[in-house]
Design a protein around this ligand. Structure first.
Ligand code: NCD
Ligand code: ZN
Ligand code: ZN
Length: 429
């Protein structure tokens, strides 16, 4: 099979550390076939899939069931295990069954998984510090969030973000800071999911300065949308955490360009149009599909001069690979070396239309957005999964779990221990 790539660019396929493919349990919204098809069409060659399915991926049993569901994947994938209050004893089994990372829901979101206590988090962090598996955090403080939502609803507020209770971004600041402290004292590696506010960049940057192994992602919606889009988009825009003020987006752009935010992920969270279109915003399911639109949207930003193409490669492929153990270490293979490639046409103009998405969630806040730049072919380990803007048929089952190439870095020396020994030795900090 040959194609001409004259005038096109070969990029490493995007590695998306945050997708929800809904199987098992919510296959009317998505399954591993439709989800990975959307990824292939979006130039995404590896996805890490979240544990808030039904049942949630809370022990080896559910991990094995998810691996069976994922047998129809056409792109490569990692699988998240859950870190919750009641499954600390299952973490070792999840690792043995092949969990590639863990998600801890510190605040409530789709799936209604209760947030663990700080004590359970500490136990979980201690176990995972030993193996080096990164723990990704839905960093919102559950109790403050619940109180705020109650007050907003009672006040008849039909927007998810409104200054009724308190500074809404503080729910994330507190959660990021708390998780970073636990990571600092246990040596666990952590990752902050869906960073939406400028405020939570402060505990993130601070933890990085202290030497905590912490990474962060933001998503296209937080960079490209803000509260001024609520009137136009209504309940379609509902997502956890919510899109925030224009100044937050500006702060996120700076952080993405400077490296404080390490990577972009999509939080691909499909729901059916009828589950999204509601008169009362609180009744709409949160999230929307993203894995197919990320590359066109972000290449448009490259075309408009907001970011270099090299930087886009860094935030879409290199940083996720390095952070989650998919980078060449000890002579093993990593990004691009597998011929995981997105062949992109930087000049291609398209208009985003939900009805053309390969996800079952045919609704997007980016409807009718005109994009410049798109992946025209996608190759996973040297085989076409997308060709000439069409899905290649018969590739279900080509996708493999990354467990055999994933290699966790050596456990880092615990920074907190160093500080503590200076304090104990009577030295100033
Ligand atoms: C996600 C979902 O629907 O699974 N929704 C969302 O609004 N982001 C859950 C999540 O990532 O918190
Ligand atoms: Zn989340
Ligand atoms: Zn998510």
């Amino acid at each position: 099979e040959t194609v001409s790539v004259a005038g096109l660019h070969l990029l490493p396929g995007a590695i998306d550390m945050h997708v929800h493919f809904r199987e098992p349990g919510y296959t009317h919204k998505e399954d591993w076939g439709t989800g990975t098809s959307a990824a292939a069409m979006g130039g995404v060659t590896t996805v890490f899939e979240m544990p808030n399915t039904n049942p949630p991926t809370r022990s080896a049993t559910e991990m094995k069931a998810k691996q069976v569901a994922a047998e129809k994947a056409c792109v490569d994938f990692g699988l998240y295990g859950l870190l919750a209050e009641d499954n600390i004893d299952e973490l070792q089994g999840l690792i043995e069954a092949g969990a590639n990372a863990f998600k801890c829901f510190m605040g409530n979101t789709f799936g209604n998984l209760p947030s663990p206590s700080t004590g359970a988090m500490l136990e979980g962090f201690e176990i995972l510090a030993k193996t080096g598996h990164r723990i990704s955090l839905h960093a919102e403080t559950a109790s403050i969030m619940a109180l705020r939502q109650q007050k907003l609803q009672a006040a008849g507020c039909n927007y998810p973000l409104h200054h009724v209770a308190a500074r809404p971004d503080i729910v994330a600041v507190e959660a990021v800071a708390r998780a970073a402290h636990l990571a600092e004292w246990t040596g666990a590696r952590i990752h902050v999911l869906h960073i939406s506010s400028a405020a939570e960049l402060i505990p993130l940057a601070d933890a990085k300065r202290r030497g905590v192994d912490i990474t962060g992602e933001t998503c296209p919606c937080y960079l490209l949308l803000n509260t001024s889009d609520y009137d136009r988009l209504g309940s379609v825009i509902r997502v956890n955490p919510p899109v925030r003020e224009a100044q937050d987006s500006a702060g996120l752009w700076d952080a993405l360009l400077s490296g404080v935010v390490d990577m972009i992920a999509t939080d691909h969270a499909p729901h059916l149009p009828e589950e999204k279109r509601k008169d009362i915003i609180w009744e709409a399911d949160c999230g929307f599909p993203g894995v197919e639109t990320q590359m066109p949207l972000m290449l448009t930003q490259v075309a408009e001069g907001r970011m270099s193409l090299e930087h886009y490669v860094k935030i879409s492929a290199v940083s996720p690979a390095k952070s989650f153990g998919l980078w060449p270490v000890k002579g093993r293979i990593g990004v691009g070396a597998h011929a995981d490639i997105a062949v992109v046409d930087l000049n291609r103009k398209e208009t985003i239309k939900a009805e053309r998405l390969h996800s079952r969630g045919k609704i997007t806040p980016f409807e009718d957005v005109e994009t410049t730049g798109a992946p025209v072919h996608t190759l996973v380990r040297g085989a076409f999964v997308q060709r000439d803007r069409s899905l290649v048929t018969g590739m279900a089952g080509h996708g493999r779990q990354v467990t055999d190439i994933q290699q966790m870095p050596e456990p880092a020396p615990k920074n907190a221990d160093r500080f503590l020994s200076s304090v104990l030795a009577g030295k100033s900090l």
